[in-house]
Design a protein around this ligand. Structure first.
Ligand code: GTR
Length: 325
C-alpha cells in the first residue's frame, strides 16, 4: 500500500512539475509571408532556437510562414497592436508609418550589398531602428533581401523606354509607385499573394522582386523576362511589439537583441546561397535574364528623391548614407 501511495505521489508530483514547466514557457508568435525554408523564415527560426537556449526554455518562438497570419500590411497591424509579438517583413510597407524607413527603400541609394551592410550595421542602422519605436515596435534586426528588379510577361526590358505603358505590381509603398511612374510605367500596389494570379490573368504585366521571391512564389511561370535593373537593395526588418519587448526583464531584452544580431549572420549566409540557387532554378525553368542600360534608370529617379526627401532629417540621412564608403 505504502509503495502504491508513493508511486502516485511521484506521478502527481511529476505532472505538477510538467505543468509548471509548460506554464513557465511563454510562446511568442512570428509572421512571415514566405514559405518554410526561405532564408528569412530560417533566420527567425534560428533566433528562436537561440532565445530558447539562452533563456533556459522560458521563451519559445512559433514561426507562422507562408502568410498563414495574413499579408504583410495586415500582419504589420497585428504586431503593432500586439495580436502577434513578432514579424519579419520588408522595410517598404513601413514607408508611410516610419519616415526613416524611406531612405533604405530609395532606388539606387546603395551602391552594392556591401554598402547596404555597412550602413545598416552601423550608426545609421541604429538611427533607423530607433525610428520604429514611436510606431510601437522594436526593430530587432535587418535581414538581406538582395536587389529587386523588374520582370514581366511581355518582353525583355533593356532601356527605360521599354518600360513605357507596362503595368507592374509594386510592394505597398508610395516610393515604389512613384519610382515606376518616373520610369514611364504604371504601378499597382497589391499584396504579394495576389501577384501570381494577377499576372496570369493579365491584370498586370509583371512585378519586381529578388531572385528567391521570383523563384519561390513561382512568378517566373507567368512572367519569363527578368531584367537586371536592380532598382533597390531593400533590407527586410524583423520587428517586435514594443509592449511585449518592454515586458521582458532587462536581461531577457539583451538575450533577444543578441539572438537577433546573431541570426543576421546566419540569414545572410542562407540568403547568398538561396540567391544562387533561385537564379539557377528560374533559368532552368526557362526564364530569360537580361542586363539593362542601368544609368538611364538611375538618372530617371531624380523626381522620386525630390518628392520624398524634403525634410532635413531625411536629407541628412540620405547624405550620411551616400558618405559611407
Ligand atoms: C519580398 C520580401 C517580402 C515581401 C515581398 C513583396 O522580397 O521578402 O517580405 O515584401 O517581397 O514584394 O511583397
Amino acid at each position: 500500500m505504502l509503495q502504491i501511495t508513493k508511486l502516485w505521489t511521484g506521478v502527481a508530483l511529476a505532472s505538477l512539475l510538467m505543468l509548471g514547466t509548460a506554464s513557465a514557457e511563454t510562446v511568442l508568435k512570428s509572421s512571415d509571408t514566405h514559405p518554410d525554408g526561405y532564408p528569412t523564415v530560417e533566420g527567425v527560426k534560428y533566433f528562436g532556437e537561440l532565445v530558447k537556449e539562452r533563456t533556459g526554455g522560458r521563451y519559445a518562438i512559433e514561426v507562422y510562414h507562408s502568410a498563414q497570419l495574413g499579408e504583410e500590411k495586415d500582419t504589420i497591424e497585428q504586431v503593432r497592436s500586439g495580436v502577434i509579438e513578432l514579424n519579419r517583413v520588408s522595410m517598404a510597407p513601413f514607408n508611410g508609418t516610419v519616415k526613416e524607413s524611406i531612405v533604405p527603400a530609395l532606388p539606387y541609394i546603395f551602391r552594392s550589398e556591401e554598402h547596404m551592410h555597412k550602413v545598416m550595421d552601423g550608426a545609421i542602422g541604429d538611427q533607423i531602428k530607433a525610428a520604429f519605436e514611436p510606431a510601437g515596435l522594436v526593430a530587432l534586426a535587418f535581414y538581406d533581401a538582395g536587389a529587386r528588379s523588374f520582370y514581366n510577361s511581355k518582353m525583355p526590358i533593356k532601356t527605360v523606354a521599354d518600360m513605357k505603358g507596362l503595368k507592374f505590381r509594386v510592394i505597398q509603398s508610395d516610393i515604389f509607385v512613384d519610382m515606376v511612374a518616373a520610369l514611364g510605367a504604371n504601378a499597382t500596389p497589391m499584396p504579394y499573394g495576389e501577384v501570381y494570379s494577377s499576372i496570369e490573368t493579365g491584370v498586370i504585366d509583371g512585378a519586381e522582386n529578388n531572385f528567391p521571391s521570383f523563384d519561390t512564389a513561382k512568378h517566373y511561370e507567368v512572367a519569363k523576362n527578368y531584367s537586371l535593373d536592380e532598382h533597390t537593395i531593400l533590407p527586410e526588418v524583423f520587428v517586435m511589439n514594443k509592449a511585449a519587448f518592454d515586458k521582458l526583464t532587462p536581461e531577457d531584452q539583451e538575450i533577444f537583441k543578441q539572438a537577433a544580431k546573431d541570426s543576421v549572420a546566419k540569414q545572410r549566409e542562407l540568403w547568398a546561397a538561396k540567391t544562387q540557387e533561385s537564379r539557377g532554378n528560374v533559368e532552368k525553368a526557362g526564364a530569360a535574364i537580361n542586363e539593362v542600360e542601368k544609368q538611364g534608370f538611375i538618372d530617371a529617379m531624380k523626381p522620386v528623391y525630390e518628392k520624398h526627401i524634403t525634410d532635413e532629417v531625411l536629407k541628412k540621412l540620405v547624405a550620411d548614407v551616400q558618405a559611407v564608403q
